[in-house]
Design a protein around this ligand. Structure first.
Ligand code: PRP
Ligand code: MN
Ligand code: MG
Length: 181
């Protein structure tokens, strides 16, 4: 369709709901990291939207960096084996790192990432994820900041893709069946 929004079956989160929750998370982060030097680490590509909006809703000064990772081997992300496509530019030793993610599904990507970042000697590593699917968790990941817990359904929008499309939707929703066929 000419309008990506018409490919949605159902809107789970409106742009207003997302903006309101992002503002709450930003206020929480401003309090928790007041007076600290914090590095936001966005995980490409899904985290682009939440990184942009969350960081702008925060009032404390932050730095930003990016990582791109990919599941490795079998081609299914369920292996949990991850390969770094783009590493951080920054040295994080002694720094407070906040990983920003769009969604935690199985948790395998993040679990690997946290171990990897933790080995670099940061002062702290925490996670802020806009979305989490509790029913899809294959590994428990300690996530300090969660926007919304959502049902175990495939969702797109606000950074989340299907075959690299629909990231630019300003809502989060489920795709209509015709899109898959
Ligand atoms: C998606 C999502 C998370 C990850 C969550 O990224 O953005 O990064 O999967 O899945 P998990 O909890 O099961 O590991 P994806 O690999 O699709 O890359 P993308 O961000 O570029 O879309
Ligand atoms: Mn991602
Ligand atoms: Mg994806």
């Amino acid at each position: 369709a000419d309008d990506a929004g018409t490919d949605l079956a159902r809107v789970l989160l409106t742009k207003e709901q997302i903006a309101a929750r992002v503002a709450e998370l930003a206020a929480e982060l401003d309090r928790d990291y007041a007076g600290e030097d914090v590095l936001l680490v966005g995980v490409l590509k899904g985290a682009v939207m939440v990184m942009a909006d969350l960081s702008r809703a925060m009032r404390i000064p932050v730095s930003m960096d990016w990582m791109a990772v990919s599941s490795y081997g079998s081609g299914t992300k369920s292996s949990g084996v991850v390969r770094i496509l783009k590493d951080l530019d920054a040295d994080i030793s002694g720094r407070h790192v906040l990983v920003v993610e769009d969604i935690i599904d199985s948790g395998l990507t993040l679990s690997w990432l946290l171990a990897n970042l933790g080995s670099r000697g940061p002062a702290s590593v925490r996670v802020c994820a806009l979305l989490r699917k509790p029913d899809a968790a294959k590994v428990e990941v300690d996530v300090a900041y969660v926007g919304f817990d959502i049902p175990n359904e495939f969702v797109v929008g606000y950074g989340l893709d299907f075959a690299d499309r629909y990231r630019n939707l300003d809502v989060v929703g489920t795709l209509a069946p015709h899109v898959y066929s």
